[in-house]
Design a protein around this ligand. Structure first.
Ligand code: SF4
Length: 242
């Protein structure tokens, strides 16, 4: 699959395409990738609103498409209940977690290290064990300052394509899609969260920035856990320019 051109004007597409055109574009991207990668196409399902929208989209392309969830010992109870419901409904969703011994408060002293151990490592494991050639994410370029530098089809790791099929969607369009299709979401959205993560590192905020509630009070505030910024190939992957 051809990676997206870096000269493409994403902002113009985000503003210029309407909701229906974006849905069609997302489905076309997933279809094309599934035709090429088949079972090697796997969804990284974080159980957030964007992921459940992507999960619904891929199921429209093929019910056989697999996915993985990376969970941690710090996920809120509501997220764990929601995860168990989703896995019971979709047995093709595999759950990965790290049982590595780390200090209980590593998230406070070294959040990057904590995310590396609890999120990035299990993602590498999922990609290796599930023999992933193309992973599918719910990343969107309007989510915040750290998410503007992505393309719909990328190759950041040698030998691993990354598909971001809803990259162009506004937050409002995600909710529009979920409502129109009756997709269940994590109940934490109902109490005011806009971006979900581990309990100690996620807060409700009234900030305009969608990811402002992540890692509040640390240098990582509004930032990334690392699965979109680090190499994901186990045993020394090589990051390449997208
Ligand atoms: S989000 Fe917080 S608790 Fe979760 S892995 Fe990252 S630093 Fe650790």
């Amino acid at each position: 699959m051809q990676t997206s051109s870096t000269s493409e004007n994403l902002a113009a597409l985000v503003e210029g395409l309407n909701f229906s055109q974006k849905v069609d574009r997302s489905l076309a991207l997933i279809r094309e990738a599934y035709e090429e990668y088949g079972d090697g196409l796997v969804v990284a399902n974080s159980l957030g609103k964007d992921s459940v929208a992507v999960w619904h989209l891929v199921k429209r392309v093929s019910p056989d498409i697999r996915g993985f969830i990376v969970t941690t010992r710090f996920k809120p109870a509501e997220t764990v209940v929601f995860m168990n419901q989703e896995v019971a409904r979709y047995p093709e969703l595999r759950v990965f977690r790290s049982s590595a011994a780390i200090p209980d408060d590593l998230y406070a002293s070294e959040p990057d290290r904590c995310c590396e151990v609890l999120k990035v490592e299990p993602t590498r494991q999922a990609i290796e064990e599930m023999k992933v050639d193309c992973w599918v994410t719910g990343l969107r370029c309007t989510e915040g300052r750290t998410r503007t530098d992505y393309r719909e089809v990328e190759q950041r790791d040698k030998g691993l394509i990354k598909l971001n099929p809803i990259l162009l969607w506004y937050e409002r369009e995600v909710w529009q899609y979920l409502a129109l299709n009756g997709v269940s979401v994590n109940p934490l959205y109902g109490v005011g969260y806009r971006s979900l993560g581990c309990a100690p590192c996620t807060r409700i905020t009234s900030d305009q920035n969608e990811r402002a509630g992540r890692w509040v009070g640390t240098s990582k505030c509004g930032g990334e856990c690392g699965i979109h910024t680090r190499s994901l190939k186990a045993n020394g992957g090589v990051l390449v320019n997208s």
